[in-house]
Design a protein around this ligand. Structure first.
Ligand code: HAM
Length: 416
């Protein structure tokens, strides 16, 4: 008889399963991001994971590495080329362009989509991640550039970060363009320069310097005494908004070709986690792909993977607390019905309770409660049924409290 082939329990490479504790952390991350975006007046939107592949091939949204090597693209049964979205910006540009005339500007939108990139999995980089996208459309004011950066700063603070835990680096495509013009660089060389700056931290200083020399760019050109006017204004506005940890960094250029103005990235200052936590910038022509009149945009994307790493190295991960407040164990199979009655009554009062079906001995039932980190335990047995009084045990401290059935709900609604 042929040996039965066993399936692996491993998930697909570079994606994650979210077991309840990881999902609870994910919910915390999503809730924190959402809270800050909404406090700044942003509205949530959403879209499908699937997009026509041409959305990413269109001129202007082009990023060669992402398009050629990093998309999940396939043919559907009707022969259409489909891509799992690698980023949200082309999607949101499409959505805004589609209803351009009916929108109220400035338009403040946010979303937390999952994105797919066929990348080499490593610390901080996976093939599926969730990314907070915060964007403003329809404003040319540098105050809108400053505002989205302030939202990013606000999210970091809401995670418990201090200003010294992270640094906001602000660059400018305009500044880079002025260098390109001064040196009269060809389109090809301008692109090379951008790519080189984008890779600056990934290559040796020697290689960086010699490649710069080959392009004829002197190091001094990239370190002017004062930031260019757009960056200086954004930094000034940020200070007005209470954001002090932002600096000009001429090497911030961003990989995507669609950026046209101020660009920025936020870095963890911890040496064990020196990846960009988020990145964004101004893109003034992206909606023009769909319409003749462009709607200008500025925004950023912040991934959950790097945020998790940030929280972990800083000791900022929240403690896991399940939603379930109390585990109801039974002293024997005859009491299962009584336990059902008790949990039904508690649920009616909005107390989340989970019930044991009495298939194992009591000590094992208690172990189950502990494994799920449920904070309280009630055992239903003969005494409880007769007296109508229940002993609530705090499974962490071992403290016990006797309460009547009617007192239980208010007890649980008032404990954490
Ligand atoms: P991005 O720099 O490609 O920008 O991604 C933004 C952030 O998403 C990164 O800083 C990182 O935290 C996270 N991220 C990106 N790729 C991965 C990955 N493979 N694994 C884990 N995390 C990742 C954009 O996507 C722009 N569309 C953002 C934007 C919005 N610009 C304007 N509006």
């Amino acid at each position: 008889m042929a040996k039965k082939e066993r399936l692996t329990t491993e998930s697909y490479k570079g994606v994650r399963d979210f077991y309840p504790q990881e999902q609870a952390l994910m919910n915390y991350i999503l809730l924190t991001m959402r809270g800050v975006a909404e406090r700044f007046g942003y509205e949530e939107y959403h879209a499908s994971i699937l997009e026509p592949a041409e959305l990413y091939k269109a001129k202007g949204s082009e990023n060669e590495e992402i398009i050629n090597d990093q998309t999940y693209t396939f043919l559907d049964r009707g022969g259409r080329e489909v891509t799992l979205r690698p980023e949200m910006t082309p999607t949101v540009a499409r959505m805004v362009a589609a209803r351009r005339r009916e929108m109220g500007y400035p338009l403040r939108w946010y979303s937390i989509p999952n994105l797919f990139r066929y990348e080499r999995s490593q610390r901080g980089r996976l093939r599926e991640h969730w990314q907070l996208n915060v964007d403003i459309f329809g404003s040319n004011s540098l105050a809108s550039d400053a505002e989205v950066i302030a939202v990013a700063h606000g999210v970091m603070k809401a995670f418990g970060a201090t200003d010294s835990d992270f640094l906001i680096k602000v660059g400018s495509r305009n500044f880079l363009d002025s260098i390109v013009q001064t040196l009269n660089l060809s389109g090809e060389d301008a692109k090379k320069l951008r790519g080189l700056l984008d890779r600056k931290d990934k290559i040796s200083n020697e290689d960086f310097q010699s490649d710069m020399q080959a392009l004829g760019v002197a190091a001094e050109m990239l370190s002017p005494e004062a930031p260019p006017p757009d960056v200086a204004e954004v930094l000034g506005l940020l200070r007005e908004m209470g954001v002090e940890n932002a600096v000009f960094d001429p090497s911030i250029v961003r990989g995507f070709d669609y950026y046209t103005g101020v660009v920025f990235e936020v870095f963890d200052t911890h040496p064990d986690n020196n990846r960009a936590l988020l990145g964004g910038g101004r893109y003034d022509n992206l909606t023009a792909l769909f319409d003749t009149e462009p709607v200008v945009g500025v925004g950023f994307g912040m991934g959950d993977v790097t945020v998790r790493d940030f929280l972990a190295v800083r000791g900022l991960l929240p403690e896991y607390l399940p939603r379930t407040k109390v585990y109801i164990a039974v002293a024997g199979a005859p009491f299962v019905k009584d336990a059902i009655h008790l949990s039904t009554a508690l649920r009616k009062e909005n107390v989340a309770s989970a019930l044991d079906f009495g298939e194992k001995k009591l000590s094992d039932q208690i172990k189950t409660a502990s494994k799920h980190k449920i904070p309280y335990l009630i055992v239903v047995g003969e005494n409880e049924v007769k007296s109508g009084e229940y002993t609530v045990k705090d499974l962490e401290t071992g403290d016990e409290k006797k309460l009547s059935k009617t007192e239980l709900a208010s007890f649980f609604l008032h404990v954490n």
